[in-house]
Design a protein around this ligand. Structure first.
Ligand code: G16
Ligand code: MG
Length: 223
């Protein structure tokens, strides 16, 4: 049986992508005078704050226009706008099926760890009322490489003292699925099967996740 489950946050536990996109769009308009296309909502999923900022600067053709300090100030400004939005999160914003999944995994003594690129993960989990349900939350500041590198999933497994190869990882982003695969964990993608074809299994929505599905998938792919 699997010993641990490694959870991505945005898109798996709750949907913060829309708030990230709204905050980035406002920053891009105010500071860079560009309109972000809606495709950026998906493109920035799982991408760290500073990497997101750099992608937006590239889109605006302004990569070399600002000092590192100025880039940092803009990213902090975006985070301020974003924080005001996620302040409003409640348990109603937990994605369907996730609370039941956490219950059944815990009842089966499976350890639960969060592998999110977000520095706001502890705050978001507290707002959702889920903070105490996880055994660990990996700190993205402790890893050098963002998704698709495996670092955050390796760190999340380390925090629960389990080898990633004894874990299932849950992700909604292509880069996240790649990261899980590179860590050695069994990957389950949530979303479009074609887009997430590198995952060991894909389900369309979070309500399709269950202890049984995770454990069966783990059994099939565990080597
Ligand atoms: C999330 C989001 C990304 C965001 C990143 C960093 O990743 O999907 O869009 O840029 O976190 O967030 P923050 O600015 O709050 O540190 P994940 O890994 O939870 O999908
Ligand atoms: Mg995600």
């Amino acid at each position: 049986m699997m010993k641990g489950v490694l959870f991505d946050l945005d898109g798996v536990i709750t949907d913060t992508a829309k708030f990230h996109f709204a905050a980035w769009s406002r920053l891009a308009k105010e500071e860079l005078d560009v309109e972000l296309p809606s495709s950026f909502e998906t493109e920035l999923k799982g991408v760290s704050r500073i990497d997101s900022m750099n992608r937006i600067l590239k889109f605006a053709n302004k990569t070399n226009d600002f000092s590192d300090d100025e880039v940092g100030i803009m990213a902090a400004k975006k985070n301020g706008v974003y924080l005001k939005e996620i302040e409003k999160l409640t348990s109603k914003d937990i994605l369907p099926g996730i609370e039941n999944l956490l219950d059944s995994l815990a009842a089966n003594n499976v350890l639960l760890s969060v592998a999110s690129a977000s520095k706001n993960a502890p705050f978001i989990l507290k707002k959702l009322g889920l903070f105490d349900r996880f055994d660990a939350i990996a700190n993205p500041e402790n890893v050098s490489n963002g998704k698709p590198a495996p670092d955050i999933f390796i760190e999340a497994a380390k925090q629960i003292n389990v080898d990633p190869r004894e874990c299932v990882g849950l992700e909604d982003a292509v880069a996240g699925v790649e990261a899980i695969n590179a860590s050695g964990a069994v990957s389950i993608g949530i979303g479009d099967a074609q887009e997430l074809h590198e995952a060991d299994t894909v389900v369309p929505v979070t309500s399709d996740l269950s202890f049984m599905l995770l454990d069966q998938t783990f059994g099939e792919y565990y080597k």
